[in-house]
Design a protein around this ligand. Structure first.
Ligand SMILES: Nc1ncnc2c1ncn2[C@@H]1O[C@H](COP(=O)(O)OP(=O)(O)OP(=O)(O)O)[C@@H](O)[C@H]1O
Ligand SMILES: [Mg+2]
Length: 240
C-alpha cells in the first residue's frame, strides 16, 4: 500500500434540484488505500454526492480533484477512464445478456485480446465465487449476485477508486462475506473505496474514516469509534 496521500478531494460542492438543496457545501478528503464511509439518513445526499464525483451530475458549485486534477463536470465515461469506478444502489447490470458478456461490455474497445479479457473476467468471477455462472443471464442472478457482478465489472477497467452505493442492501450474509473479502483483497492492492451504506455494522468494520450527512450537510467526521458516540449522529438517525 502507498503511503498517506490524498487521492480524492471534494471541495465545497453543492447540488440543488429546484428549491431543494441535496448537497450543501460538502468538503472531504480521501486518503489513498483507505475505505472512506458516507452515512446518513434517507435523502441526506449520499447518492447525489457520488453522482457528482462520477460525473452523472455536475455540481452547481465547488470543485473535485482526483490526484490533484480537477474533474467536476467531466462526463461519466471519462471519469471512469481516469480511474474512478462506481456501482449503483440498484445494480445497473444488463439483464438479457450473459454474465460474461456483462463483464466484457465495458472493455469492448480495449486493445487486449478477447482471450485475455475473458481470462481476466474469469479470474474476477472466481474471486467472488461466481465462476460457474459466466453463461447465466443477468436476470437469473439474485440481487446480491447482481451487486457482486457490478463490482467485478468495474474491476475490468482496473479503477483506482471504487465508489460503492449500498453494496450490502438485501445481500445474503454469505455473499456479504465475499464482498468483505474482496474489499480487503483490493485494499491490499492499494485500491481506495468510498462506501455509502445504511449497514452501519459493515461501515464501522470496514472504514477508517467516516462522514455523516444530514439534509445535504456534513454534520460529523471521524474514525468509527468517534462516529459511534457522536451525539449529532445519534440524533440524526434516531431524533426524527
Ligand atoms: N435527480 C433528482 N431530481 C430531483 N431530486 C433529487 C434527484 N436526486 C436526488 N434528489 C433529492 O435529493 C435529496 C438527496 O437524495 P439522495 O438520493 O442523494 O439521498 P441518499 O442519502 O442517497 O438517500 P437514500 O439513503 O434513501 O439512498 C433527496 O431529497 C432526493 O429526493
Ligand atoms: Mg442513496
Amino acid at each position: 500500500m502507498r503511503g498517506n496521500s490524498v487521492i480524492l478531494e471534494v471541495k465545497d460542492i453543492s447540488k440543488h434540484f429546484g428549491g431543494l438543496t441535496a448537497v450543501n457545501r460538502l468538503s472531504f478528503e480521501v486518503q489513498e488505500g483507505t475505505v472512506f464511509g458516507i452515512i446518513g439518513p434517507n435523502g441526506s445526499g449520499k447518492t447525489t454526492s457520488l453522482n457528482c464525483i462520477n460525473g452523472l451530475f455536475r455540481p452547481d458549485e465547488g470543485r473535485i480533484f482526483f490526484r490533484g486534477r480537477e474533474i467536476q463536470g467531466l462526463p461519466p465515461h471519462q471519469v471512469a477512464k481516469i480511474g474512478i469506478g462506481r456501482t449503483f444502489q440498484v445494480p445497473k447490470i444488463f439483464k438479457r445478456i450473459s454474465v460474461m458478456e456483462n463483464l466484457l461490455a465495458p472493455v469492448l474497445s480495449s486493445p487486449r485480446t478477447d482471450q485475455e479479457l475473458k481470462a481476466k473476467a474469469r479470474e474476477h468471477l472466481h474471486s467472488v465465487g461466481m465462476l460457474e455462472m459466466e453463461d447465466r443471464l443477468g436476470e437469473e442472478l439474485s440481487g446480491g449476485q447482481q451487486k457482486l457482478l457490478e463490482l467485478v465489472r468495474i474491476l475490468m477497467f482496473d479503477p483506482q477508486i471504487l465508489l460503492l452505493d449500498e453494496p450490502f442492501a438485501g445481500v445474503h450474509p454469505t455473499l456479504k462475506t465475499l464482498f468483505y473479502k474482496k474489499i480487503h483483497e483490493l485494499r491490499k492492492q492499494g485500491k481506495t473505496f468510498i462506501l455509502v451504506s445504511h449497514d452501519l455494522t459493515s461501515v464501522y468494520a470496514l472504514c477508517q474514516q467516516i462522514i455523516v450527512l444530514d439534509q445535504g450537510e456534513k454534520i460529523a467526521q471521524g474514525r468509527p469509534e468517534e462516529i459511534k458516540r457522536n451525539e449529532r449522529v445519534i440524533e440524526a438517525y434516531l431524533g426524527r
